[in-house]
Write a protein that binds this ligand. Structure first.
Ligand code: ADP
Ligand code: MG
Length: 244
C-alpha cells in the first residue's frame, strides 16, 4: 500500500471573535509520525477536525495525497480517527458498534482486530455503550481507528482516560503499525506522553504553529534528552527572542 500525506497551507479558523487557528502551514509527510503538542485550548482538536472535514476552515487549504479535501469525501476512507471524546448511541452494545462499522465498510478486505482482542472488548460484546467507563469507551475508539488498517492514523489525545496498561498496549500497537509506512498524527497536551512514538514534533500555542521539526534535531539543538525539557527550552528561547 502506498503511504499518504497531508499538506496544510495558510489555514485559519475563528469561532466568533476567537481566532483558534492562525495561518497554519504544515506538511505531514507520508510514512512519518508526528506528535502534535500544545496546551489545552491551543487548537489541536480544531486542526484535526479540519483535516477530517468536521470543521470547515475560514481560509486556507488542506490536501490529502495531493488532492484538496473540499468537495471530495472519499479521502476519509484512508484515515483512521480516534476522537478525543468518542460519542456513541447509549443503547448500542459494543458488539453492535463494531458490526455496524464493519457493515459500512464492506469494501475493506483486511481487518485489524488486534486491539479489540488486546483490550478484551470481544468479551464485552453485550455491554451497552451508555454504561461504559470513559476508559473503555476510549478503547472502543482506539480499536475502531485501527480496524480498517488505514494508511493515515489521527489520534486525538489517545492516552487521556486510559489506564497505564491500556496506554502501553496502545503504544505498542502504534509502534508495530508505524513500521508499515503509515502516517501518524497524535496529539497530546502532555509533552512526555509521545516521546518515542514520534519522529517529528509540531508545537501549537494559541492557534499558532511555533515549532515543526524532527524530535532528534530538537533534542540535539537543546542538549536535552527528554522531549518535555527540550520543548520547554525552545519555548523559553522563543519568549526571550520576543522580549528582546
Ligand atoms: P485543544 O484541542 O488544543 O485543547 P481545541 O481545538 O479544542 O483546543 O479548542 C481551541 C479553542 O477553540 C478553545 O478556546 C475552544 O474553547 C474553542 N472552540 C473549539 N471548538 C469550538 C466551537 N465549536 N465553538 C466555539 N469555540 C470552540
Ligand atoms: Mg483537544
Amino acid at each position: 500500500m502506498q503511504s499518504s500525506m497531508i499538506a496544510i497551507s495558510d489555514l485559519s479558523k475563528r469561532f466568533g471573535r476567537l481566532e483558534v487557528l492562525k495561518s497554519i502551514q504544515v506538511d505531514f509527510s507520508a510514512g512519518k509520525s508526528y506528535a502534535m503538542i500544545g496546551p489545552n485550548g491551543s487548537g489541536k482538536t480544531t486542526l484535526i477536525k479540519c483535516i477530517l472535514g468536521m470543521v470547515i476552515a475560514d481560509k486556507g487549504e488542506i490536501r490529502v495525497d495531493g488532492k484538496s479535501i473540499a468537495n471530495d469525501w472519499t479521502y476519509r476512507n484512508r484515515i483512521g480517527y480516534m476522537p478525543q471524546i468518542g460519542r456513541y448511541p447509549d443503547q448500542m452494545k459494543i458488539g453492535q458498534i463494531f458490526d455496524m462499522i464493519r457493515d459500512l465498510r464492506q469494501d475493506q478486505a483486511h481487518l485489524d482486530e488486534d486491539l479489540i482482542k488486546e483490550f478484551k472488548l470481544d468479551r464485552m460484546k453485550d455491554k451497552r455503550m451508555g454504561t461504559l467507563s470513559g476508559g473503555t469507551r476510549q478503547k472502543v475508539s482506539a480499536s475502531l481507528a485501527f480496524l480498517f488498517d488505514p494508511p493515515i492514523l489521527i489520534l486525538d489525545e489517545p492516552t487521556a482516560g486510559l489506564d497505564p496498561i491500556a496506554v502501553e498496549t496502545l503504544k505498542e500497537k502504534i509502534l508495530s503499525v508505524k513500521s508499515k509506512e503509515k502516517t501518524f498524527l497524535i496529539s497530546s497536551h502532555i509533552m512526555s506522553d509521545l516521546d518515542e512514538l514520534s519522529s517529528h514534533l509540531v508545537y501549537l500555542e494559541e492557534g499558532k504553529m511555533l515549532f515543526n521539526d524532527t524530535i532528534d534535531s530538537l533534542k540535539e539543538e537543546t542538549g536535552e534528552s527528554k522531549l518535555g525539557r527540550a520543548v520547554a527550552s525552545i519555548m523559553r528561547r522563543n519568549l526571550k527572542e520576543m522580549e528582546a
